[in-house]
Design a protein around this ligand. Structure first.
Ligand SMILES: Nc1ncnc2c1ncn2[C@@H]1O[C@H](COP(=O)(O)OP(=O)(O)OP(=O)(O)O)[C@@H](O)[C@H]1O
Ligand SMILES: [Mg+2]
Length: 449
């Protein structure tokens, strides 16, 4: 045997043996010797060295045995025994052992299957927890305004800059924030959203920054991490930043400057590595003028600013949005639309969409419930009264008596919608009109989204 072949044989990972036709050992590689714990056995009968061997039988019969189970040292092995022929006669037999234990292999296969299941589960869970379920390709619209904004945002996503997203209610601010995170180098880190307006002022500080053990009565004994700490190595979305109370604005400014947080009641600070995206639908410059928002914080946040145009300024996006939203809604409601009447487009284009894409989505969802066949018609599109020429959803009385809970919920939803419209999309003012608290407004608003 050439030197190379000898070296390969000797060092092969699999245990290998070569015998002559009578079962006398000619070669036994290191792996096999180590497994059998034998040294120099060349020339000995294989039956003396390896239990349950059939090398000598194969040598006599000249018929290969593939994948035969052979027990050696209490382990089940898969053995291949191949006669090597020369001019019709067996001159040697090559034996290899594939896996050292079949049970081990089965267990391994089962383990791999289980790990695969677990991996799928964790991947899904991770995505869910990171919350970044939206990507740029899910932000639809062919209008130049939107396309340019998407392109710019994609570029911004790669940097670590703080971003301020402004835009009317329902324009897709949260969608953009998600997509920026998903496109950034922090995408494997957490994405944490805090709605600064929905949390009562008294709780916001501990929500954001956490608290130490015994910081106040009722505090969980071991203290609690704040959203900033939870967002470490990821992104935090400070939604409705315009509604943040002034004292907290000062604290937030410090966090952005020092890159460390101080839990309520803590003596030490904790360093954090968090990218901040803030969003608002209020006019920040106006709030600054009125003394409701700190100018220094505004400039800290507004390193990169993205302003999402309202839907009425990009009505070209309607076809793509409608088809996309109908597809989404079709999945959740099980109602498919085969065709859309031309008049529908006329109605949709004639409306001012104060609630933007979210309102469009709600209008379409309602339309799906009203459809009798699979054609979307003008009469299925219910828009509020104030836009001339279109019927109010409240004035169209429902024909059948339905569960009271449903009727109440619809009335509540409609009231929120109208209040938002009157308030020009400002949620704080909408809450005032309805004479309910800001956080209770948010709670209800989010319930119907
Ligand atoms: N360009 C778009 N393409 C597809 N869906 C969109 C688009 N813009 C918004 N949406 C959808 O509209 C809804 C509202 O979007 P989002 O929650 O991001 O709005 P928002 O600006 O954060 O609103 P708010 O100020 O009320 O919080 C979501 O269901 C979102 O998926
Ligand atoms: Mg939002």
């Amino acid at each position: 045997m050439s030197k190379l072949l000898e070296v390969v044989f000797e060092n092969a990972h699999e245990p290998m043996i070569v015998t002559d036709k009578d079962g006398k050992i000619l070669l036994l590689n290191r792996s096999y010797r180590e497994f059998l714990n034998v040294q120099d056995v060349i020339g000995q009968p294989v039956t003396d060295v390896i239990e349950n061997t059939r090398m000598h039988i194969v040598g006599q019969a000249g018929v290969a045995e593939i994948a035969d189970i052979q027990q050696i040292k209490g382990q089940n092995m898969i053995a291949h025994r191949i006669p090597i022929m020369d001019e019709g006669k067996v001159i040697a037999v090559l034996g290899t052992v594939l896996f050292q234990d079949v049970q081990e292999l089965t267990a391994l296969a089962a383990m791999v299957a289980q790990l695969k299941d677990e991996l799928t589960y964790y991947k899904k869970e991770l995505r869910r927890r990171m919350g970044a379920t939206y990507h740029f390709d899910q932000i639809v619209g062919y209008s130049q305004k939107l396309q340019e904004l998407k392109k710019f945002s994609q570029k911004v996503a790669k940097s670590d800059s703080t971003v301020l997203i402004t835009g009317e209610s329902g324009t897709g601010k949260e969608l953009f924030a998600h997509a920026i995170h998903a496109e950034s180098k922090r995408k494997m880190g957490p994405f944490i959203r805090v709605n600064c307006a929905a949390i009562p002022d008294s709780l916001l500080e501990s929500e954001l920054f956490g608290y130490e053990e015994g910081a106040f009565t009722g505090a969980v004994r071991r203290g609690k991490k704040g959203k900033f700490e939870l967002a470490n190595h990821g992104t935090i979305l400070l939604d409705e930043i315009g509604d943040m109370p002034l004292p907290l604005q000062a604290k937030l400014l410090r966090v952005l400057q020092e890159k460390e947080v101080e839990r309520v009641g803590a003596v030490r600070t904790t360093p954090i590595d968090v990218r901040v995206i803030a969003s608002t639908n209020s006019d920040m410059l106006q709030s600054i003028k009125e003394g409701k928002f700190r100018a220094d914080l505004y400039y800290r946040l507004n390193v990169v600013s993205l302003s999402i145009p309202p839907l009425r300024e990009r009505l070209e996006d309607l076809p793509e949005l409608v088809s996309n939203l109908l597809k989404q809604l079709g999945e959740s409601t099980g109602v498919a639309v085969r065709a859309i009447d031309e008049e529908v487009w006329h109605v949709l284009r004639g409306y001012s969409w104060p609630g933007n894409v979210r309102e469009l989505k709600n209008v379409l969802e309602r339309a799906l419930h009203l459809m009798e066949d699979d054609i979307l018609k003008k009469e299925h599109i219910w828009l509020p009264v104030s836009d001339e020429g279109t019927p109010s959803s409240l004035s169209v009385s429902t024909h059948a008596v339905r569960p009271l809970k449903q009727i109440l919920e619809e009335a509540e939803q409609e009231a929120l919608r109208q209040a938002m419209q009157q308030a020009g999309g400002n949620k704080l003012n909408a809450a005032k009109l309805l004479q309910i608290s800001k956080s209770s407004f948010y709670e209800k608003w989010e319930k119907y989204q």
